[in-house]
Design a protein around this ligand. Structure first.
Ligand SMILES: *Cc1c(COP(=O)(O)O)cnc(C)c1O
Length: 360
């Protein structure tokens, strides 16, 4: 019997993908990097195949190789810069690098394979600066990119940075010898913010996994991930007694306390101590005391909690849902960090609409 696990609703993931594609009006290049934000890259990619995405985005060659081994045949773009020493590995797995460094572009050109030119329009992380494209024109004439893209640094905000970045991107596009067939810029928050797309593909990530990043977003994602755990011990503590390390929580009166076998070593973060909210039989309950490495305690006084009952630490239970954004907010984390921080000790259980179940 599984004591604690992460449930992944692949049908909800697919509906989230369809919603983004419909709003953007262009095909998807779904980001399945970091094991699909912790939820299982191959499962996510196979679920999204039904939407006929253009291809998939990953962070590293190793992540791309895993998708190839799993049978993914569409283009796979590796978005983190590669070193020249990695060229052979990418070529062998038929992966498409995102390049910005002239020397690496020169080396990759010898493979004769496709690549995408990353333009740095203000993120200052990776890519060729927009105002350096003109000086590399000869190189880009010799080895033409199949795609060109940029990345917004504040797509979730209502400032003018996106317009500034788009103007720079337009300037870079105009400096290219020819406009590639594939031009892309938007991440999920950018599609939420503005649509339809001006470009030919969009690159949603976190939205697919159930996270809206903008207040009053026109798109509302369905929850995809749930953390579930069974109660492994129950006790009553008397008024004035404390729970967990440091004794940071003191019972105001006699309280029933449930222990679940999930702690910060599972990625249920320590900052959720005395703050986390969970669901039991549709009722909201609170984390009490510090989260420990392997266990967390919750106040179940007003419930019928019994040993073996399932507590939902994240996600939907009945009508109510603790969203990734809500839980991340309680723990002062970013939703991205919360999802990608879930450790492999929690087995991933993938479900699709037909309720077929496959533990990864
Ligand atoms: C991660 C990433 C995305 C997706 O971003 P979200 O905010 O998760 O939608 C898109 N493009 C690039 C280049 C990325 O690295």
């Amino acid at each position: 019997m599984t004591r604690a696990w992460v449930e992944v609703d692949l049908a909800a993931l697919r509906r989230n993908g369809a919603a983004v594609a419909a709003r953007a009006g262009v095909p998807l290049l779904p980001m399945v990097k970091a094991d699909a934000y912790g939820l299982g890259a191959l499962h996510a990619a196979l679920a999204l195949e039904e939407l006929a995405p253009w291809g998939f985005g990953v962070g590293t060659a190793t992540e791309g190789e895993e998708l190839r081994r799993g049978g993914i045949t569409r283009p796979i773009v590796v978005f983190t810069p590669i070193l020249r020493t990695e060229i052979d590995a990418l070529r062998r797995a038929d992966l498409t690098p995102a390049l910005g460094d002239a020397a690496v572009i020169e080396s990759w050109a010898r493979t004769g394979r496709d690549w995408h030119l990353q333009i740095d329009t203000g993120m200052s992380r990776a890519g060729m600066r927009w105002d350096h494209v003109a000086e590399h024109r000869a190189l880009l004439e010799r080895t033409r990119p199949a795609g060109v893209f940029t990345h917004f640094h504040s797509a979730d905000l209502e400032d003018d940075s996106r317009d500034v970045q788009e103007a720079r991107f337009d300037e870079a596009l105009a400096a290219l010898p020819e406009r590639p067939a594939l031009v892309h810029a938007e991440n999920g928050p950018a599609v939420e913010g503005r649509a339809p797309s001006r470009w030919s593909l969009c690159r949603p990530g976190v939205f697919l996994y159930g996270v809206a990043t903008r207040a009053n977003s026109p798109l509302v994602p369905e929850p995809v991930a749930s953390i579930r755990a069974r109660i492994v011990e129950l006790r009553t503590v008397n008024k004035g007694e404390t729970v967990s390390y440091g004794g940071t929580w003191r019972a105001p009166d006699a309280r029933r306390i449930a222990t679940v076998p999930v702690g910060y070593a599972d990625g249920y973060r320590r900052s959720l101590g005395n703050r986390g909210i969970a669901l039991l039989a549709g009722q909201r309950i609170h984390v009490v005391g510090r989260v420990t490495m392997d266990m967390t305690m919750l106040d179940v006084t007003d419930t019928d909690a019994a040993l073996g009952d399932v507590i939902t630490l994240l996600g939907r239970d009945g009508e109510d849902v603790v969203t990734v954004s809500e839980l991340a907010g309680l723990g002062e984390l970013s939703p991205y960090e919360l999802l990608t921080g879930l450790h492999q000790r929690l087995p991933r259980v993938h479900r699709d609409s037909d309720d077929a179940e496959a533990a990864a």
